[in-house]
Design a protein around this ligand. Structure first.
Ligand SMILES: NC(=O)N[C@@H](CC(=O)O)C(=O)O
Ligand SMILES: [Zn+2]
Ligand SMILES: [Zn+2]
Length: 448
């Protein structure tokens, strides 16, 4: 495939040749890259070519909850959103805490359209021996408080997990909330019953910002103590991000701590909680508009290392159970690039910053070879977008199994073409809107 006249994130206009699944050449237009007989030529003039996103945090729900999502449905959403690598989290059923559970999940991941990594989890029943024999992506998310799957663990087990991971140079992704600092009184009173529009603001009042900051500090201290590479998942507060930045600046080892934020904490706040009802319930919860703006600023200014989605689909019926009984989590893998690119279009973020936080940084933090960059020799994981053509996000037009999105009605810049190692996994005709998907092309990025 020859892609001609595309603008890269840094503003250079280039022709890009794809051969045998990798980027073969990146040359100025008219510098002599001519199409071979029978080679597909993509005229990309007026379009941007970006590295496929590496979503370091998804929950594709298999095994155990395939009614919420499968590797097929989840990876279709990923492909249509320009995500070419996903990292699946361990709170499935059974949880991915030993070699057998890992192998079971690896078999289920085979139909994935996009490349993937599989994380190993930590519970009292975990078996580090058999787990670390598998081609694990990372340890985590390790839950310092209960979330979906009730995998919250105590500090001593967390320290044990850090030691095991550090001994093998495996990074550890941490869900950092301290449940002793939750405000139980926020859940007193009438929160709306099953099927009613409960206000998710009570959830935000319950799982406090202080609970996150305290747990982030604890995770960072324990990480430094054990020399483990700690990645703080879905940081939802400026305080949490600042703690990571401070620890990073003071770090002495070769694997400084990093942090990730989600699109929902960047684009939604407690001001949306009333409108969203239980569909706005997730862990950590939506924060005040002031904190949301602070998180966004830290993304813009370079303090945030990664934007990942914490794609956590549940069915509409499950979300309608009422605030206390509805499961936590929102889908998001398909809207990651679109929402961030819309921020670029509006002038709120630079395109290079977006490229770094969704592609280059996650690839380098987690040591994924060949991903996250468009350069000769890299995997041809490519996304073509028309930055002048946003469209409204509508649940009905998305491809995951959840029939809803918390971002309904917001604008997004969606891909026209997505490739995984040179295979077209998604394509949309910009004129007719007709869409097509490729064959399952995904493989485990730790098995190269
Ligand atoms: N974020 C959530 O609210 N839910 C996630 C679990 C998690 O990441 O904590 C899920 O798996 O549903
Ligand atoms: Zn989590
Ligand atoms: Zn998660």
């Amino acid at each position: 495939m020859l892609i001609t006249g595309a603008e890269l994130a840094d503003g250079r206009v280039r022709d890009v040749r794809v051969r045998d699944g990798t980027v073969d050449a990146v040359e100025p237009t008219n510098a002599g890259l001519d199409a071979d007989a029978g080679e597909r030529v993509v005229d990309a003039r007026g379009r941007h070519l970006l590295p496929g996103a590496v979503d370091a945090h998804v929950h594709f729900r298999e095994p155990g909850a395939s009614h919420k999502e499968t590797w097929t449905s989840g990876s279709r959403g990923a492909a249509a959103g320009g995500v070419t690598t996903v990292v699946d989290q361990p709170n499935t059923s059974p949880p991915t805490v030993d070699g057998d559970a890992f192998d079971e999940k690896a078999d289920l991941a085979a139909p994935s359209l996009v490349d993937y990594g599989i994380n190993g989890g930590v519970t009292a029943d975990w078996d580090p021996e058999s787990l670390f024999e598998c081609p694990l992506f990372a340890l985590g998310e390790v839950f310092l408080a209960d979330s979906t799957g009730e995998m919250g663990i105590a500090l001593d087990l967390f320290e044990e997990a850090l030691a095991e991971a550090a001994a093998r140079d495996v990074p550890v992704t941490v869900h950092a909330e301290d449940e002793t600092l939750f405000d139980e009184s926020a859940l007193d009173g009438d929160l709306g019953g099953v099927g009613t529009a409960a206000n998710a603001d009570a959830w935000s009042a319950y799982r406090t910002a202080e609970a996150e900051a305290a747990a982030v500090e604890r995770a960072l201290d324990a990480g430094a103590e054990s020399d483990a590479q700690v990645h703080v998942a879905h940081t939802s507060t400026p305080e949490g991000i600042d703690a990571v930045v401070e620890a990073r600046e003071g770090a002495t080892g070769d694997a400084p701590p990093t942090c990730e934020v989600t699109p929902h904490h960047l684009f939604l706040s407690r001001e949306d909680a009333g409108r969203l009802g239980t569909f706005g319930r997730m862990n950590p919860p939506l924060r005040s508009e002031e904190r949301r703006a602070g998180v966004f600023r830290r993304l813009r200014d370079g303090d945030v290392d990664v934007v990942a989605t914490d794609h956590a689909p549940h069915t509409v019926a499950e979300k309608r159970r009422g605030l206390v009984d509805a499961p936590s989590g929102v889908p998001g893998v398909e809207t990651l690039y679109p929402l961030l690119l819309e921020s670029v279009r509006k002038g709120n973020l630079s395109l290079e910053r977006v490229r770094d936080v969704v592609a280059a940084n996650p690839a380098s933090i987690f040591g994924i070879e060949g991903k996250g960059r468009i350069e000769p020799g890299a995997d041809a994981d490519l996304v073509l977008v028309d930055m002048t053509n946003p469209r409204e996000i509508e649940a009905g037009a998305l491809h995951g199994a959840a029939d809803w999105t918390p971002f309904e009605g917001l604008l997004g810049v969606f891909p026209e073409l997505t490739t995984v190692r040179g295979e077209v996994v998604y394509e949309r005709d910009p004129v007719t809107g007709a869409e097509s998907f490729g064959e399952p092309a995904g493989r485990n990025v730790r098995e190269r």
